[in-house]
Design a protein around this ligand. Structure first.
Ligand code: IVH
Length: 695
């Protein structure tokens, strides 16, 4: 039997050997052992630790997974704020950044001297901070609002690319490492394939998969998700060596065995940056991970300090974003989809291709005219584009590769879902199924829309259940959802008693709603959330809306002839009026008001634009407050804008506001604006209860 000292020696050796292999595998992407050999070392360590539990150290790889699941995430205040980056979307914005830097640093105009920049990819994952005390990993947290995040130490510990111990003899007493957790493209594909087999939810893209995996209360789930990490900077440090530049800091991190991107470099001046942007752009599609741009940081720390910060982003760094990613693939077929309002959209069925972070197999062709204009045929090789969570689209056909067998697609004349006639008014681009709620495709989507978060917010009533309800012939019109009971729902396939109860509970809860949500939920064509709110504020009650004629409607802010016509058409349909009355009979209700035209609040008649992320208020909450005070929200900055409310990662809108000299305020500024006379604003806002401000 091994004595304790000999065992200690072996354990220490195994821990550092496994750490070295983790480093070679994850940070250098150069595995030095086969999986079997690695497992052998690991098993040996587990055996020794079982025999001598007193030899288990916190940096042992066996300690990466373990412990019980948490009940909730604890909040962690960052020692040093985790700031965001401003964005540059084109070369002009980038040149303007370099000019600002040069001017601020007092570089002479026209002189040859260039700013030295450290450049690196902008990883499309989640920002995290890792704390090492005396060389050991002690805490890891998400970025949160930049000042405080969530303690996800238990999950970060399972990421083998993150060292549990710094690779240095005399470690600093404190070291905060900043970086990005992400999922490699190939791991994401594999994870989704597994999820599909298990009948579990698929992730939209690698970033969502990484975020979902990191926010698990049970580290065992995180551990089963293949997460990766790249370090891109330092937070607070104590006892670390003197570092003069970002590139020094990155070298230091690499020496400590953190994975750092080998695409990092230093470049001189704007020309150097533009060349780097191009170089990485050319490699982007082939990279093993998603990037949405590159980041430029003034390299010298002394210069960074001189430049400082504005709002919540450094003046010494900028993210240069790439346009949506493109790829080429084959059109295997063309089909049509029926939308909520009956719109018939041609869709290309594509040979699977990885683009913009996901495997794309369908792309919208928008409408018949677009299809003809782009002359997309079955059998064509096409260029597909996808950005973020946007629906992929076909940009163009590669005519040179068109086979003689390519076939022209002609739009159907009857709806593939219900057999009703398809109509296309002469002056419209969109063809529509005339089946209305008779068409199952439209019915399903009408239900999901009505139940969606911004409408009646019925939790559990999503696409899947809507499909089942329609297919089982349980819902013919919207009011039928309020006639469902637990027994009926529990009879549906894959619906447990408990879930059925939850849905019935959510349905009951949704009956207490607001007029705006109800109007929006009806799914009247051309009546979006903003118009629904305008209508509700104007009329105060449903009857006044039902009684309105086109003159009354057109007098409302932002209601034009098209919207008015859609509303009148919807309300002239006896079936729709019956469904509304039936829902009211079944208990759907909202507070009615006298319906003043607009809230006479402090922001009456003011137009505000929100950009970036506010530290405390969600977008919805800010919008509710602004509207309750009589203000109007707009999506773009123009001369008519009164205020731009800017938060973190504010982009081009902020710059436009600066150009147009529009007043720029932050969240605190907004709140103090609202505070002037706020009691007045709330009582005049035309709503009965204060709580509706925060719905
Ligand atoms: S530096 C003070 N470098 O971008 C600057 N950020 O908009 C702090 N990101 O939340 C950030 N790659 O999640 C930096 N190479 C990189 C990055 C990077 C991705 C993300 C990070 C941050 C966001 C800032």
């Amino acid at each position: 039997m091994l004595d304790l000292d000999a065992a200690r020696k072996q354990v220490t050796q195994l821990v550092s050997e496994i750490a070295r292999h983790d480093y070679q595998y994850y940070a250098l992407d150069a595995p030095s052992l086969s999986d079997n050999e690695y497992d052998g070392l690991y098993r040996q360590l587990v055996g020794l630790e079982q025999q001598f539990p007193e030899l288990i150290t916190p940096d042992s790889p066996t300690q990466r997974v373990g412990g019980l699941a948490l009940n909730a995430f604890e909040s962690v205040t960052h020692r040093q704020a985790m700031l965001s980056l401003n964005n540059a979307f084109g070369d002009d914005e980038l040149l303007a950044f370099d000019k600002r830097v040069r001017d601020s640093l007092g570089f002479e105009k026209g002189a040859g001297e260039q700013v030295a920049y450290a450049v690196e990819p902008k990883f499309d994952g989640l920002a995290i901070t890792l704390t090492y005390e005396n060389g050991l990993f002690t805490q890891g947290a998400t970025r949160g609002d930049g000042y405080a995040g969530e303690n996800v130490t238990h999950n970060l510990r399972t990421i083998r690319a993150i060292p549990t111990k710094l690779n240095v003899e005399n470690p600093p007493s404190l070291l905060e490492v900043r970086g990005e957790v992400l999922m490699l493209k190939r791991d994401f594909e594999q994870l989704n394939a597994t999820q599909e087999k298990l009948g579990a939810k698929l992730f939209a893209n690698p970033r969502n998969a990484a975020a979902g995996s990191l926010r698990q209360l049970d580290a065992k789930i995180s551990a089963s998700r293949p997460l990766h990490f790249f370090a891109y900077g330092l937070g607070e440090t104590a006892g670390a060596p003197m570092l003069n530049s970002h590139s020094d800091a990155m070298k230091y991190l690499a020496d400590l065995h953190f994975p750092v991107s080998d695409l990092r470099a230093t470049k001189q001046g704007a020309a150097g940056l533009l060349a780097y942007f191009k170089e990485i752009g050319a490699k982007r599609a082939a990279l093993p991970f998603e990037i949405d741009g590159v980041v430029y940081k003034v390299n010298q720390f002394s210069q960074q300090n001189e430049l400082g910060f504005i709002a919540r982003a450094p003046r010494w760094a900028i993210a240069h974003k790439y346009p949506a990613e493109e790829a080429t693939t084959l059109v295997e077929g063309i089909a049509v989809q029926v939308g909520r309002t009956g719109a018939i959209t041609p869709v290309a069925r594509l040979k699977a291709v990885f683009v913009g972070g996901v495997t794309v197999t369908n792309a919208t062709l928008h409408n018949e005219d677009e299809l003809k204009r782009k002359d997309i045929r079955i059998g064509d090789i096409v260029i597909v584009r996808r950005a973020g969570d946007v629906i992929p689209e076909v940009v163009a056909v590669d005519i040179a590769q068109r086979p003689i067998t390519a076939r022209i697609f002609s739009m159907p004349t009857v709806c593939p879902e219900c057999g009703s006639h398809i109509e296309r008014p002469a002056d419209e681009a969109v063809a529509r199924c005339t089946g209305g709620l008779f068409c199952p495709a439209q019915r399903k989507q009408a239900i999901t829309h009505f139940a969606s978060r911004r409408a009646l917010d019925i939790e559990g009533l999503g696409e899947k259940l809507a499909d089942q309800l329609v297919e089982a012939n349980l819902v013919h019109s919207l009011d039928d959802i309020y006639k469902l009971d637990v027994a009926t729902l529990a009879n549906l396939e894959r619906m447990a008693q408990k879930s059925a109860q939850n849905v019935i509970g959510a349905l009951a809860k949704s009956k207490h709603t607001t007029l705006a949500r109800f109007i929006y939920g009806l799914g009247i064509r051309n009546v979006g959330e903003a118009t629904a709110k305008d209508l509700a504020a104007h009329f105060g009650g449903l009857q006044a809306l039902l009684d309105a004629d086109s003159g009354v409607l057109l007098a409302i802010n932002d209601v034009g002839p098209i919207v008015a016509e859609s509303i009148l058409q919807f309300l002239s349909e006896p079936h729709n009026i019956q469904v509304i009355a039936s829902m009211q009979n079944l208990g759907v209700q909202w507070p009615e008001t006298a319906g003043k035209k607009r809230a006479a609040g402090v922001l009456l008649g003011k137009v505000l634009v929100l950009t970036g992320t506010l530290p405390n208020l969600s977008r919805d909450a800010a919008q509710a407050l602004i509207e309750a005070a009589g203000g109007k929200m707009s999506g773009s900055v123009s001369k008519k804008t009164d205020y731009v409310v800017a938060g973190a990662e504010a982009g081009s809108k902020l710059e436009k506001a600066q150009d147009l000299k529009v007043a720029i305020i932050d969240e605190a500024g907004l709140l103090s604006l609202l505070a002037t006379n706020s009691s007045q604003a709330a009582s005049d806002s035309g709503t009965k209860t204060q709580t509706t401000l925060f719905e």
